[in-house]
Structure formats: C-alpha cells, structure tokens
Write a protein that binds this ligand. Structure first.
Ligand code: NAP
Ligand code: G4F
Length: 345
C-alpha cells in the first residue's frame, strides 16, 4: 500500500515541489489548503488531480486534527507559514500566530491523531539573524532580527520539545534561502528576475530595491525539498542545516540576472544603477528605494551544510548561475507575447 503524507503550505513554492517529489516517490499526497475568496492553486494546477486537498488553517486546531485524521499520514511536512520577512513587521501578531503557534497547533494535532507520524518543521536561516559565527551550522546560536525570525525560533524549539517530551519523530530543517520560477514576486530574487524580463520586453523601465549589500546563500527549491524528505527517512530524528555553502550579494544577483538576458549594467553613482538595453529603446534604471530597507537587517547568511551532506547524502545540484538563468528564462517566457501569462512556469 502507498505511504501517505500530509503537506501544509502545499500551494506555496516549496509545497508544490515537495508534492511533485512525493508523488514521484509513490506517496498518496494530502495537502492542507486554507479558504480564500479566489482560488490560489496555480503552483499545483498541473498535479491537482493526483492530490487530495483538505480544508484547514494553522489558526484553527479542529481543522488540523480533522486533516490529520483524514490523511492518516506516515509523514507530515509543515511548510505553511507567513513567510515574508518584511510583512512580519507590519503584522507581527499574525506572523506569531501562523509561524510560531501554528507549529504547536499542528504538533498537537499529530500527537493526538497520528502520534506515529514523522514530522518535518520548516525552520529557517533567518533564526541566525545577527550571526554569531560564519559559516552557520546546527550549533550556531540564534539571534533573530525580525518578528518572522523570532517566530521561527519558537517553531524550531517547540518541534525539539515535542521530540523530547512525547518521543515524536520530529525534525527541523534549517533551510537557507531557496528560490525558483515559482518564488513569490515579493521576494528579492523573483522581483529582480521578473523586472529584468519586463525591462527586456519593454514592459517596464525601472526596478526599485532596498539593501543591495546583503548577502544570501541562495539555492534551488527543487533541490531543497529532497533534503526535507531525506530527514524523515533516517533512523533517528535530528535537525539539519541545508544550504549551498556559498554566499553572494543582492547586487550580484541583479548583475547576473540582467547579464543572463544580454543587458549590460552601467554604474552611475551612489544608489543608482542604470541598465543599458541590448537595443537602446530608452533607459531602464535600478533605483534604491528606502521603502525596501528593513528596521533590522540580516546582513550575511552562509551555510555549512556538512552535516546534511554526510548524514543525509544530500548535495545541491543547481548552481546559483543556473538558478538565475532558469528564473529569468521562465519570467521572459511567461511575459512574452503569446504566452498564457500564468504566475509560475
Ligand atoms: P510560501 O511560498 O510563502 O508558502 C507558504 C504557504 O503557507 C502557502 O501555501 C500558504 O497558503 C500557506 N499558509 C500561510 N498561512 C497559512 C495558514 N494560516 N494556514 C494554512 N496555510 C497557510 O513559502 P515557501 O517559500 O514555500 O516556504 C515554505 C516554508 O519554508 C515556510 O514555512 C517558510 O517560512 C520556510 N522557509 C522558506 C525558505 C525559503 O527560502 N523559501 C527558507 C527557510 C524556511 P496560501 O497559498 O493560501 O497563501
Ligand atoms: O528575498 P528576501 O525577502 O528574503 P529573506 O528576507 O532573506 O527571507 C527569505 O529567506 C528566509 C531564509 O533565510 C526564509 F526563512 C524566509 O521565509 C524567506 O523565504 O530578502 C533577501 C534580502 C534581504 O536582505 C532584503 O533586505 O534582499 C534584501 N532586499 C533588497 N531589496 C530586498 C529588496 N528584499 C525584498 N524582498 N525586496 C526588495 O526590494
């Protein structure tokens, strides 16, 4: 009989890749979806007929218990969260409800309705925040810099606590930034590749960004969901850092994205970058905008993924340059005349 898994956040970037991976592994895949006035299934449309979608919300314990009972899963992946760091300053309480207490609500549902199930928690490198050491490992102390980061630290420790208190097979993956053509448009990588494609096509002439100096360890989401699955296949539950071991600036990501579309960058003074188009039909500008700076920044993230490499046999397959190429090509294709114009590839 096929193994069963339940994925919260299945409509999100990671949820969609994980669902594909689990289907390929032969699992019966259940996904928790929350009610919204407009359907939001673009990332899973292509596999929707192979999924069982269950209604529920991280705010509502009864819905979580119902979903766990119905799915009767061997594995539960908690990917649902308010995941955008910037929003967490505008909605700190909501972020805490979803991203922190939501974990406890789901753990309780698992403890009550499927205590033998293995549980994965989507922890984040944002927990390292104002980093205490570089590179960051499983042992690096946390110093979160946003309400989101604080909420993730709570989610991380409550997962550990349920492992220790109830002997649940509960693991946290401390994942560094991972991106794809399915990344939300509000995150900096997708904002850049979408704008580069628009500028290339003459649909826009400006990209506004905040801190270009911040450094991230960016990988491909399709690689990272495999590490989630691997964690739940081990003999004992444990926590793992998942990243590429390479860090680059937002500025580098901008340069590579425009270069991938054959557009030269022209530097014209502090805070202002001008982008020369291949065929000069005007001037496209990358402009620094105060609105995109954060009250407290995470300046540098760099993983040491040795434990995942040795313990899980996991290594990322897509390089940063391949990822950028993949993202700009997908945005160009999506925005080109004649394309159906869906939000994802
Ligand atoms: P995402 O694209 O923003 O997806 C978030 C998902 O959570 C969506 O399916 C969303 O549903 C769902 N959700 C939000 N609030 C909910 C609620 N109250 N009840 C039920 N579902 C809810 O995020 P992602 O990039 O796939 O990330 C997946 C997880 O990994 C998140 O927990 C994120 O914090 C964490 N993480 C991500 C990264 C990264 O670089 N991507 C790195 C480390 C950790 P709707 O579609 O209805 O909005
Ligand atoms: O793309 P970002 O919004 O991602 P951030 O804040 O690193 O968070 C992502 O990764 C975390 C893992 O470390 C996840 F847990 C989290 O859920 C999310 O997936 O911003 C990246 C960097 C930041 O330093 C930000 O200040 O880009 C900088 N940035 C500069 N200009 C910008 C912009 N970020 C956004 N979103 N928009 C800008 O215009």
């Amino acid at each position: 009989m096929a193994k069963r898994c339940l994925i919260t956040g299945i409509t999100g970037q990671d949820g969609s890749y994980l669902a594909e991976w689990m289907l390929a592994k032969g699992y019966q895949v259940y996904g928790l979806v929350r009610r919204s006035s407009t359907l939001n299934f673009a990332r899973i449309e292509h596999i929707q007929d192979r999924l069982t979608l269950l209604p529920g919300d991280l705010l509502d314990p009864a819905s979580l218990i119902d979903a766990v009972k119905t799915a009767a899963p061997e594995e539960v992946y908690n990917l649902a969260a308010q995941s955008f760091v910037q929003t967490s300053w505008n909605q700190p309480v909501l972020t805490g409800e979803f991203t922190a207490l939501g974990v406890t609500r789901l753990l309780e549902a698992v403890r009550l309705a499927a205590p033998e199930a293995r549980f994965y928690q989507a922890s984040s490198s944002e927990m390292f925040g104002k980093v205490k050491e570089t590179p960051q490992t499983e042992e690096t102390p946390f110093h979160p810099r946003s309400p989101y980061g604080v909420a993730k630290v709570y989610g991380h420790y409550i997962t550990l606590n349920y492992r220790e208190s109830y002997d649940l097979f509960a693991c946290s993956g401390i994942l560094f930034n991972h991106e794809s053509p399915r990344r939300g448009l509000e995150f900096v990588t997708r904002k850049i590749t979408d704008a580069a494609a628009r500028i290339k096509l003459g649909l826009a002439d400006e990209l506004r960004l905040g801190n270009l100096d911040s450094q991230r360890d960016w990988g491909f989401a399709g690689d990272y969901v495999k590490a989630m699955w691997l964690m739940l296949q081990q003999a004992t539950p444990d926590d793992f850092v998942v990243g590429t071991g390479r860090t680059t600036t937002v500025r580098y990501f901008v340069e590579q994205s425009f270069a991938a579309l054959g557009m030269d960058l022209e530097w014209t003074g502090e805070g202002l970058r001008e982008v020369g188009r291949e065929q000069a039909t005007g001037r496209a500008v990358v402009r620094i905008d105060e609105r995109y700076f954060r009250p407290a920044e995470v300046n540098l993230l760099l993983s040491d993924p040795t434990k995942a490499k040795v313990g899980l046999g996991w290594t990322p397959e897509v390089s940063l340059e391949q990822l950028i190429e993949m993202m700009v090509r997908a945005d160009l294709e999506r925005l080109s005349p004649g394309s159906c114009g869906g939000p994802t590839e």
